[in-house]
Design a protein around this ligand. Sequence first.
Ligand SMILES: C[S@@+](CC[C@H](N)C(=O)[O-])C[C@H]1O[C@@H](n2cnc3c(N)ncnc32)[C@H](O)[C@@H]1O
Length: 195
Amino acid sequence: MAYELKSARYLAAEILRAVLAPGDRAIDATMGNGHDTALLCSLVGPEGRVYAFDVQPAALEATRRRLAEEGLAGQAELFLLGHEHMREAVGEPVKAIVFNLGWLPGGDHRITTRTETTLPAIQQALALLMPMGVLVICVYPGHPEGEREQEMVTRLLSRLSPREYNVLMQQFLNAGAGAPLCFAVQKQRGSEPRA
Ligand SMILES: C[S@@+](CC[C@H](N)C(=O)[O-])C[C@H]1O[C@@H](n2cnc3c(N)ncnc32)[C@H](O)[C@@H]1O
């Protein structure tokens, strides 16, 4: 079959599939309807652990239901808590972390991720990553807060030391200014986690 270039969401999932193995630890920083949490749980298996965060009870409920239906609830720990508190909540280094920014699909568009909390959360995520671990972030600049997130996340990640991190940015350049982006950050071998 012909290879197709992947959009931000697909690339993020592809990277997570390549990085995670049974027994690993991972974080879903924006649980939403639980698609990413379920993917992480299936990749780390029953011996692994997935920590997932959201500020909306509806997101927790949707995720809890999805995990139960798919038989994946045993390896997940769900927090009704902002991701800007992840370092207090997760006491161990992790292999992969995913942020899918924006609002809950089908939910209230006023409850969206915000630059003020997204940036400290990304800093904490970087500290929690194991060497060779990967952080993936999908950003949707098609709305004003998403546009700010794109600008500030780009600024933060482009300043990371290349001795400590490799940083990738993917976007379809001819799809208009609001096209989603996928950032992928890999901690270099020899850079220690600060969990
Ligand atoms: C695009 S959705 C995530 C979709 C989800 N990953 C999925 O697979 O269905 C973004 C989510 O981020 C949540 N959110 C907003 N602010 C947050 C914060 N400070 N900490 C954690 N989650 C937050 C929203 O409530 C929303 O559910």
